[in-house]
Design a protein around this ligand. Structure first.
Ligand code: G6P
Length: 614
């Protein structure tokens, strides 16, 4: 939440900062701002709303300074109005902050007692006040930052400038991500690699407690949490920035939905031996035999994640338990981290995260590590904090995802979990070679099936006006399709801002049936599997009470077609694969409903893609 960036180099900074903010806008888009420093003069631009409002203000007014910091905000303290936008300037100091200062009330009260006047409602502004006090005592910017950070509690990544310290940026962090890019004669500091890679592939990751000073003499110096000077590894990224362009698509979300055949293929690719159609999970142990031995001794799996990644985890429970015969518990990270979970020896805790930076998931990972159990991340962002801190890493390989509501990372997650299920099954010798072959072939067919299902783009475009008349939506599924029902409801809530709930179809009689009338739309996921008849009975109960039905089922199912207002046929597939296919219609439905309501599908209100605060 919130994106921060700083630039110090030879080039005019405003355009560089604006371009970097565009890559960070997914982290928050309530307001944005830029502060530059030239010849002891600060120049600040701030604007409420999307980044485009800031761009309009900056255009033609650039200071051309070679030093600046910038911020894109997701509001925590204080509404999204201009006075709360960062950077905050107090006296000789300007700062941007990502995070939450948890002891801000007491710090603010103490500052007010010293006659400090606050001009915003934010917690962040007090950092500028505290630093300014130190600068007025003639301390250097580094000394000021080293002193002030000792007073801060909570989560922060902060960039600071001082008009008394001409060619210098100081950055420090505890919690949210921060990366230093080292170019030739320039530095760029940012929350995310995507903002840095257009300038340099030489980077340094901050650890919690790190502070760095960069200056115009091309020098950088890191300090650790006990204020000692430290040397840190400079990494060379071996990948070039993927251009985050919409290409011919009207929205990133639609582009990312269309990229799903590739996302699934790329998620599967590293782990399937195409010669013998066997699953060989890479990246755990040095040899495959050791990897198998490792999975064989795992006695219990916990899957911990948030949002869409959590629903991915719920699918994992079905697949790992049924195919791998290993007991699985799935939990949202914000609960797991505070309930002192029992983590027996030989447990493996799996963290699913597109961004690799979600604050609760990261805290849960650290808790599991402290408990001494093994940790595995399934992540879409190599080098992210969760990727770096987990014992083992598997990758979604979806490519950069920009749409705030996750799509392609979800189908990649399901694909990786299916592979894990197979890996457990064969390692524990509960899955036969024939079953493995059948599963692998079904998985390899998914990209082609998804291509076909993309045809529902046109269908939902047409149907969206009719569908938007419903007062609410219930999504029903059983087995491994129950998580897809929940994910479908989440997509609709996030994007269309209408009430939607995902339910296990068997739970209808325990409450939700009371909601059914002719204005309630039920999305029933009912392929012809072993639970088909049961789900059909639930559908009948909805129809009998006047509810409307969109069914997602097996191609050629005339019975289901006749019972439904709209019928969405899918190819017949293995039960492990059907949830991946059923994801397509629920994504496309949410996308088109949101569009028909005039909503911003890439940046839905009140949300952010990377939730780096609690
Ligand atoms: C936010 C995003 C969701 C995402 C969730 C978890 O809420 O809007 O799309 O599923 O965070 O994010 P993660 O990066 O940990 O998967």
């Amino acid at each position: 939440m919130c994106g921060i960036v700083g630039y110090l180099g030879q080039k005019p900074s405003e355009q560089i900062l604006l371009d970097a903010l565009k890559t960070l806008e997914y982290r928050g888009y309530d307001s944005a701002g830029i502060l530059t420093l030239k010849e002891r003069e600060f120049k600040r631009f701030r604007a409420a709303g999307k980044l485009v409002n800031l761009e309009k203000k900056v255009l033609g007014q650039e200071s051309l300074a070679h030093l600046g910091i910038a911020h894109t905000r997701w509001a925590t303290h204080g509404p999204a109005i201009e006075k709360n936008a960062h950077p905050h300037v107090v006296g000789d100091v300007g700062i941007v902050h990502n995070g939450i200062i948890e002891n801000y009330r007491e710090l603010k009260a103490a500052l007010e007692a010293q006659d400090c006047v606050f001009t915003s409602d934010t917690d962040s502004e007090l950092v500028a006040h505290l630093l300014n006090f130190e600068i007025q005592k003639k301390l250097t910017l580094i000394e000021a930052c080293l002193n002030v950070r000792k007073k801060l509690e909570g989560a922060y990544a902060i960039l600071a400038l001082s008009s008394q310290s001409l060619d210098e940026v100081v950055a420090f962090k505890q919690g949210p991500p921060l990366i230093l890019g080292i170019g030739s004669d320039e530095f760029i500091l940012a929350s995310d690699l995507q903002a840095i890679l257009p300038h340099t592939t030489q980077i340094v990751h901050f650890d919690d407690g790190d502070l760095v000073s960069v200056n115009a003499r091309s020098k950088h110096q890191f300090y650790n949490s006990t204020d000692e000077k430290i040397e840190k590894n400079i990494l060379t990224m071996d990948w070039s920035p993927e251009k985050a362009q919409k290409q011919t698509y009207p929205h990133f979300m639609l582009k990312e939905i269309y990229e799903q055949p590739k996302a699934v293929a790329e998620a599967l690719k590293p782990h399937i031996n195409l010669k013998n159609h066997e699953v060989e999970i890479q990246g755990i142990k040095d040899s495959f035999a050791e990897t198998q031995k490792y999975f064989a001794q795992v006695e219990r799996v916990f899957i911990v994640s948030c949002g869409t990644s959590f629903y991915g985890g719920l699918y994992g429970e079905y697949v790992l338990e049924q195919i791998g015969r290993v007991p699985v518990e799935v939990e949202v990270a914000s609960e797991f981290r505070y309930r002192n979970p029992v983590l027996p020896p030989n447990s493996l805790v799996v963290f699913i995260t597109q961004s690799g930076e979600t604050a609760d998931t990261l805290a849960a990972l650290r808790l599991a590590k402290e408990a001494g159990v093994d940790t595995l991340s399934i992540c879409n962002t190599p080098h992210s904090t969760i990727d770096r801190e987990s014992d083992f890493s598997l990758y979604m390989n979806s490519g950069v995802e920009i749409g705030v509501a996750s799509t392609k990372a979800f189908v990649s997650t399901l694909s990786v979990l299916a592979l894990l299920g197979i890996m457990f099954g064969k390692s524990k010798k509960v899955l036969s070679a024939e079953e493995e072959q059948e599963l692998v072939q079904s998985l390899l067919a998914v990209p082609a099936h998804i291509e076909g299902l993309l045809g529902y783009d046109a269908f939902f475009k047409e149907a969206s006006e009719e569908l938007s008349k419903s007062k609410g939506f219930l999504y029903l599924g059983r087995g491994a399709l129950f998580p897809i029902a929940m994910e479908g409801a989440l997509k609709l809530k996030e994007l269309a801002y209408v009430h939607a709930e995902g339910y296990a179809a068997g739970e209808m009689k325990h409450g939700p049936l009371a909601l059914i009338d002719k204005e309630m739309m039920c999305v029933v996921i009912a392929p012809q599997d072993h639970l088909y008849e049961k789900t059909i009975s639930n559908l009948q109960e909805v129809k009998a009470r006047g509810g409307q039905v969109i069914s997602v089922g097996t191609v050629g199912d005339k019975n289901l077609d006749e019972m439904s207002n709209f019928f969405i046929p899918m190819p017949k597939a293995h039960w492990v694969v059907t949830p991946i296919l059923a994801t397509l219609p629920v994504q496309l439905m949410a996308y088109h409903l949101a569009l028909s309501m005039g909503n911003d599908v890439d940046q839905p209100r009140n949300l952010a893609k990377s939730v780096t605060v609690e």
